[in-house]
Design a protein around this ligand. Structure first.
Ligand SMILES: Cc1cc2nc3c(=O)[nH]c(=O)nc-3n(C[C@H](O)[C@H](O)[C@H](O)COP(=O)(O)OP(=O)(O)OC[C@H]3O[C@@H](n4cnc5c(N)ncnc54)[C@H](O)[C@@H]3O)c2cc1C
Length: 433
């Protein structure tokens, strides 16, 4: 061990969630270290954003840069439900202000976010692999050990933030997660240099396939389409066992599609396809003594509505404010982190509930819309608005922007908690007398 460093917060992982929480805490004046295993730019899947992210991207000062670099995304074009007619939803129908998101090349987007965290004051070390979480076994996380440049380094910190994505470097040691068996999927995808755009050429295509599974089509640029097939993990495993390649399974799915197959020439399908596990899960808690989890390390929901980065960075935004408050006033720590967990968990629950409902492709379009309106509790007659609000994240913007870990809402909770404690104490006293 070469040295011992000390920080207020150390973040494991420099993906979108880690760079958000790290950058915002550094901006608030805290000493922050972000440790990232890879050297950026590095490849990552998850290329389509939603408009619910724009308030945060505005806070981070990145909107103009995204507009300059990436393809605009105007909405979602679907072929889904009992009616075989394609349909679409436009982001602008939920908000005239946040009317477009972006389709991004992740290597570029993530590097932009990480460099932004640096410029906000965070210390970033790439090619730094976190191998030990100090104190995880005793119940209170106090820091970690990482390897960089062939040497081991030790860091102590008030908080460790787990933003390590599916690796769950800290949270796998400090909490359990609930794997959602009905959403145990896998994705097979590739990139096409030539393709025929769909009618609304800046939309993401989401298409249910006869026989099961669904396709995404993400127009990254005029000459790059990301095309992916999501199917139950068991089905792919069986096919591979029977000697079929992942490419063949992708092509079978493509042949069964109606729209995706009109976009590309199957002969252009790359020989080597990418695959990733796509298994939804939700951690029992997003925080504990000395640690907090955000992004995929906290929970992951099927990418049907491209919600992953929005959920991850929203949690990071909430966590930054909760940790800022806890660092300033340790007495309020429990309360701030409880509030963070409650608001963040609600976002995941809403999306999970809806993805599960939507995964049944035999319903009427009106049913999908109405269910979305119920979940978002929109005070509107328009289930169409409810649908776009939910799948774009716009419906949750007020909760995110207004989040105050110790605000009036928080005070109400504290008062209730204290009243309950006082009641319990007087009941104990009465019993003792
Ligand atoms: C098939 C598929 C399609 C998807 N499509 C979309 C989409 O269209 N839109 C969308 O928004 N989301 C999508 N997602 C989800 C999205 O990819 C994730 O939600 C998002 O990347 C989460 O960001 P994160 O910062 O939490 O984690 P990540 O982006 O995974 O970042 C975690 C970082 O931690 C680093 N790390 C891990 N372990 C260590 C360690 N021990 N030490 C140091 N560093 C470490 C990793 O190198 C990585 O850079 C998709 C996911 C899948 C599987």
């Amino acid at each position: 061990m070469s040295d011992i460093q000390s920080y207020d917060v150390v973040v494991v992982g420099g993906g979108p969630s880690g760079s958000t929480v790290g950058g915002l805490l550094a901006k608030a004046g805290h000493r922050v270290l972000i440790l990232e295993r890879e050297r950026f730019p590095r490849y990552h899947i998850g290329e389509s954003l939603v408009t619910g992210m724009t308030p945060l991207l505005t806070e981070l000062g990145l909107v103009e840069e995204l507009d300059r670099r990436f393809q605009h995304k105007t909405g979602i074009s679907l072929r889904w439900g009992s009616d075989p007619q394609p349909w679409r939803s436009d982001f602008s129908s939920a908000s005239s202000v946040y009317s477009h998101a972006w389709h991004v090349t992740r290597s570029e987007f993530d590097e932009l976010m990480l460099n932004n965290a640096r410029s906000l004051g965070a210390t970033v070390v790439e090619e730094a692999h976190v191998s030990e979480v100090t104190g995880a076994g005793t119940g209170t996380v106090t820091g970690l050990v990482y390897t960089h440049g062939g040497k081991k380094h030790q860091v102590t910190s008030r908080y460790v933030v787990d933003a390590s994505g599916q690796a769950r470097t800290v949270s796998r040691k400090t909490t359990s997660t609930q794997w959602q068996e009905d959403l145990r999927n896998v994705a097979v995808w590739g990139y096409f240099d030539t393709y025929t755009p769909i009618e609304h050429d800046q939309d993401i295509l989401v298409e249910a396939v006869d026989g099961g599974g669904w396709f995404w089509g993400i127009p990254l640029s005029k000459d790059k389409l990301s095309l992916g097939f999501v199917l139950p993990a068991e089905r792919l495993a069986q096919a591979v066992q029977q000697g079929r390649s992942q490419r063949e399974v992708f092509l079978e799915g493509l042949a069964a599609s109606n729209i995706a197959k009109t976009m590309v020439d199957p002969g252009d399908t790359p020989q080597e396809m990418n695959t990733a596990r796509d298994w939804s899960h939700l951690s029992d808690t997003f925080y504990g003594p000395g640690w907090v989890a955000v992004g995929d390390s906290a929970a992951f929901i099927d990418p049907l509505f491209s919600s992953g980065i929005w959920l991850g960075t929203s949690g990071a935004w909430l966590a930054a404010r909760a940790l800022d408050s806890a660092l300033a006033d340790p007495a309020g720590e429990q309360h701030a982190l409880q509030r963070f967990d409650a608001v963040y968990r609600q976002l995941f629950r809403d999306v999970l509930l809806y993805v599960r409902f939507f995964m049944d492709p035999s319903r009427l379009r009106e049913e999908y819309m109405e269910r979305a309106r119920e979940i978002t509790q929109m005070y509107t007659e328009s289930s169409r608005v409810g649908f776009v609000s939910l799948i774009s994240g716009i419906g949750a913007v007020a909760d995110l922007v207004d989040f105050d870990p110790m605000g009036m809402d928080g005070l109400r909770d504290i008062m209730t908690e204290r009243a309950q404690q006082a009641q319990a104490r007087s009941a104990d006293t009465a019993a003792a007398v």
